[in-house]
Design a protein around this ligand. Structure first.
Ligand code: SF4
Ligand code: SF4
Length: 384
């Protein structure tokens, strides 16, 4: 722990100017009524109180498309292409920082992805505390990502006239060296603690179960009929995966010139929701049905990544729910699975169908009489 500082808001722009001498600075900017991460020249161009961005800042670590290597087809030349630029991601939300932690694991375990590693070393993260939920679909509070003051290199908290700054790493210290900082007095600490306590009042629990139960829940509900009903509803647009900060699937393509002398290998984001994603040689598609692709998406987020890396593959940002045209949202799907699990031994088939219908209708809540064998308290449901 490197300690706490404060930066007066009036000093923010000068800080950004100084950072720009050494780095590309990107931050949240308004665009067509939404927010996107883009390069900024002044602090005023950033909206640090933004709700969320359409596309997460993972694009700076894992671009939508990149060239991996150039080569001659006769094998005389193979050259890796590593494109990187020292970059400060300013104002990243803590859920997206948690997604970066997951990427660090994925791109390093077993085989180290040199393209990712090179960019990662050049990325400096300045996160900002969310003091209110960013969207109706966010459930970061349940996923444990709404308050991670020590995850990024620097972490800002809006304290009124100034930002409180957690300095967490040597990288963070090098960034703060460019800022006009003031000492972190007990008075600022009092304001900070009040802000964090107040925040707990506005971040409601959205899941009806503890996140520690998610892995087991998905395993036990693998054969749920809900997957079929969600699959029937899905339009296969793939937007849920394109906007997700933790989706990491990519395709690799070789493109040769017309003379068949030189080529380049590129990779680009792919989507497990695409019909051809699991199409393999011989024409077999091992996830041809939409239900199996939807099930895979949820399994991967809540179970497979957790099994492999010890971290959940969902950070609760809510972007997929926000963007889905047919209102397939993780909160409703997971709560329905939980409720289904809790009641399936006690209620008739017709009421299970009601749970599914509510999810299919995109209702905000799923109300089912649990009968004997289950009770509810403080919004949480427990089976006996
Ligand atoms: S699955 Fe949805 S809520 Fe979870 S991290 Fe991805 S976009 Fe965010
Ligand atoms: S955004 Fe919705 S409709 Fe589109 S692929 Fe994802 S779940 Fe299906």
């Amino acid at each position: 722990m490197y300690g706490m500082k404060t930066i007066p808001k009036t000093a923010l722009n000068e800080w950004v100017q100084r950072l720009r001498r050494r780095f590309r600075v990107v931050g949240p900017k308004p665009k067509h009524g939404k927010f996107v991460f883009g390069e900024v020249e002044t602090a005023a161009q950033m909206a640090l109180d933004y709700p969320t961005t359409c596309v997460p800042p993972k694009k700076y670590l894992f671009p939508q498309q990149e060239t991996l290597l150039n080569y001659h087809l006769d094998g005389s030349h193979i050259q890796a292409v590593i494109e990187t630029e020292p970059t400060v991601i300013f104002g990243i939300h803590t859920c997206d920082v948690q997604a970066t932690r997951l990427f660090d694991q994925i791109f390093s375990q077993g085989f180290t992805d040199q393209h990712y590693r090179a960019r990662r070393e050049d990325i400096y993260l300045i996160s900002i505390e969310c003091l209110s939920p960013c969207s109706e679909h966010a459930y970061c509070h349940d996923m444990g990502t709404s308050h991670l003051p020590e995850a990024a290199d620097l972490h800002l908290t809006d304290l009124g006239d100034a930002y409180g700054v957690h300095v967490n790493t040597a990288k963070g210290e090098s960034l703060i060296a460019d800022a006009f900082v003031e000492e972190y007095s007990p008075a600022w600490q009092q304001i900070y603690e009040t802000a964090i306590v107040d925040k707990q009042e506005v971040f409601r629990k959205r899941l009806n179960f503890a996140v520690e139960e998610l892995n087991d829940l998905l395993r036990e509900q693998y054969n749920s009929e809900l997957w079929q009903e969600i699959g029937d509803k899905c339009l296969v647009c793939g937007m849920c995966t394109q906007v997700c900060p933790t989706c990491v699937c990519f395709n690799v393509v070789d493109e040769a010139n017309l003379m068949q002398t030189e080529g380049q290998r590129t990779r680009h984001w792919d989507s497990c929701q695409a019909t051809t994603f699991a199409l393999v040689a011989g024409g077999h598609n091992f996830r041809e049905a939409r239900m199996s692709r939807q099930r895979h998406r949820f399994m991967r987020k809540g179970k497979y990544m957790h099994d492999a890396y010890g971290l959940l593959g969902c950070v609760g940002c809510g972007r997929c729910g926000e963007t889905c045209l047919v209102n397939i949202t993780p909160i409703e799907v997971l709560n329905a699975l939980y409720q289904e699990q809790a009641v399936e031994q006690f209620v008739p088939e017709s009421e299970l169908e009601l749970i599914h219908e509510n999810v299919i209708a995109g209702s905000a809540g799923v109300a089912v009489d649990l009968h004997a064998g289950a009770s509810q308290d403080n919004g949480r449901t427990h089976s006996h």
